[in-house]
Design a protein around this ligand. Structure first.
Ligand SMILES: C[S@@+](CC[C@H](N)C(=O)[O-])C[C@H]1O[C@@H](n2cnc3c(N)ncnc32)[C@H](O)[C@@H]1O
Length: 249
């Protein structure tokens, strides 16, 4: 199953389950330095966490994604933007046709992020800006959770290794890379609250098969109780923002 198909299943609840993306979309739009009239491409747009703040800055927006349900919701919410179903690694768009490309939480879920960054560079006008947000790696104290997903999660889901964004940008021909950390710590009052929140978010990308759900829940709560006893029931959904300009060559 492709990654976009996981998102497509949960398009209606995606932003509700992951409230962090709204603030992160605003942070990315601010970081990109948007101005009225700029031709902006939002790749892997989802339901518009990035496109919405970009629209308030007066940009002319094209949004692309592979998930039809994400795009349907986005077009209903923002009828004034252009929405197209397209693969970011094979953009059917002319060379140099955008001033800005934004990618919120997309590069690190792709099979071929290098192809995506090369395509993004191609469709940017010389000197145009690319800005992306990428999830920070999971903290070591949460590795038990990753291991449980590996062991009990859906077999067709393949976790991706971390990507080196500055190296990908340099390889595609971008200039100097600027970065900014966006922190999003979230403290939970008790293990049940964490379970309820995390499991609804997890369903968006890692839906659990019913036959393994009971064991998963019991083991999850045992780990979470230990963290709670240590006074440490905090989830950091931190992200890093990257920004670089397309070179002329
Ligand atoms: C984590 S969501 C991010 C959505 C949005 N940018 C945000 O910040 O909330 C990743 C999105 O990338 C889309 N996607 C996955 N693979 C893609 C591909 N090859 N081309 C275009 N979009 C893709 C998914 O369908 C999903 O909507």
């Amino acid at each position: 199953m492709k990654d976009w198909e996981w998102f497509d299943r949960d398009a209606d609840s995606y932003e509700e389950n992951l409230p962090v993306v709204e603030g992160l979309g605003r942070a990315l739009a601010d970081f990109a330095g948007l101005a009225p009239g700029l031709r902006l491409l939002d790749v892997g747009s989802g339901t518009g966490a990035v496109a919405r703040p970009a629209l308030t800055k007066g940009c002319r927006i094209t949004a692309i994604d592979m998930a039809p349900n994400m795009l349907r919701k986005l077009q209903t919410d923002l009828p004034e933007i252009t929405v197209r179903r397209m693969d970011v690694t094979r953009l059917g768009l002319p060379d140099g046709s955008f001033d800005v490309v934004l990618a919120g939480w997309v590069l690190d879920i792709l099979d071929d992020p290098a192809a995506a960054v090369t395509e993004i560079h191609r469709v940017l006008a010389p000197g145009g800006t690319f800005a992306a947000s990428v999830k920070c790696p999971l903290e070591q104290r949460w590795y038990w959770f990753r291991d449980m997903v590996d062991e009990l999660g859906p077999r067709e889901y393949t976790p991706r290794p971390p990507i080196d964004v500055p190296a990908l940008l340099a390889e595609a021909g971008f200039g100097a890379v600027e970065r900014r950390l966006v922190e999003h710590p979230r403290r939970f009052g008790d293990p049940e609250a964490l379970w309820n929140r995390l499991m609804s978010a997890l369903s968006a990308s890692n839906r659990l098969p019913a036959e393994r759900a009971t064991e998963f829940r019991e083991r999850f709560l045992a780990h979470a109780r230990r963290m709670h006893a240590d006074g440490d029931l905090v989830v950091h959904q931190d992200s890093e923002l990257f920004r670089a300009k397309a070179t002329t060559t």
